[in-house]
Design a protein around this ligand. Structure first.
Ligand code: R5P
Length: 287
């Protein structure tokens, strides 16, 4: 086995290789003068199980890079090519919400058919229940960072309550709270648009350390509304812990400005809040 860090998978890739005591190499991913992608491996892949580590956020380029790399690895004689996608993009677009819209998660699954397997951390599965229902012709494994988040909360917050900002979040809020040894509350969320959400809470949070837990913080609006509600109800402090910290449109600063005290994510996406390391659970699932 050899672990290859793609442009957005270097840090996690290196950590995984170290844990597994396997060789690690970085993919050369740069551009020709006309901005087309130029992909090159620095190592011999013949007969090897090649694990490409790539997170997919902040644009579409990472998708092309992973595809070019996968086809090239096979062309160079790799026995198998496995994709480790700590953050897998487009999973939220799992139905046609508006007429004429692309169901992007289905397209991503079709594009990724070249891979022999895929491992991802807490992919946003809602209408699609299992990753293998989407990535049908390969070994598809979804692993969860919930226990890591639960441990983090247990270690870092006293008198805490875990809050899931919407019904969808119940699945992870419940297991995070169990690991953290706290109560769990799930709020009612109504989304009017991608940037306009309203939230209601029925739980006494007065004097508590409220830890809002979600799989993704993108624009931060979901957390912001939950935080406002928790503060209105007398929470002592409000914190946010998530798996994938996208923090689009300056979400991190907006959350801070609103008074969210501690903002923490895993390192599926590199960012300044990434305090929880997922390399251990990835290494376990590759073993
Ligand atoms: C929604 O279904 C997800 O679980 C997150 O709550 C959502 O993606 C967060 O997005 P934003 O930060 O833009 O509100």
């Amino acid at each position: 086995m050899i672990i290859i860090g793609c442009s957005e998978g270097k840090d996690v890739g290196k950590r995984v290789a170290k844990r597994l005591k396997k060789p690690y190499s970085e993919l050369i991913a740069d551009h020709f003068p006309d901005k087309e992608s130029h992909i090159r491996f620095k190592v011999n892949l013949k007969g090897k199980k090649v694990v490409l580590v790539q997170s997919f956020y902040g644009g579409n380029e990472q998708i092309m890079e992973a595809l070019f790399a996968a086809y090239t690895a096979k062309d160079l004689g790799a026995k198998k090519v496995i994709l480790v996608a700590p953050y897998l993009a487009y999973m939220r677009q799992d139905k046609r919400f508006h007429s004429g819209e692309c169901v992007s998660s289905h397209v991503v699954a079709k594009l990724f058919k070249i891979f022999d397997g895929i491992i991802s951390i807490d992919p946003h599965l809602h209408r699609i229940k299992k990753l293998s229902d989407l990535f049908k012709k390969m070994k598809a494994k979804s692993i969860t960072a919930n226990p890591l988040m639960g441990d983090y909360i247990k270690k870092n917050f006293k008198n805490a309550v875990v809050v899931g900002p919407d019904e969808e979040s119940y699945q992870w809020a419940k297991s995070v709270a169990k690991k953290a040894g706290t109560d769990v509350v799930v709020l009612k969320k109504k989304r009017y648009s991608s940037r306009n959400v309203k939230i209601k809470m029925n739980y006494d949070v007065e004097g508590k350390e409220v830890v809002i837990v979600d799989d993704i913080i993108s624009t931060g609006h979901t957390i912001m509304e939950a935080a406002k509600e928790a503060k209105r109800l007398g929470a002592k402090n409000v914190h946010a812990v998530c798996v994938h910290g996208i923090f689009a449109e300056n979400a991190y600063s907006k959350l801070k400005k609103l008074g969210v005290k501690k903002i923490v994510s895993t390192n599926t996406i590199p960012n300044k809040a990434a305090e929880i390391d997922v390399s251990g659970i990835i290494a376990e699932s590759l073993n």
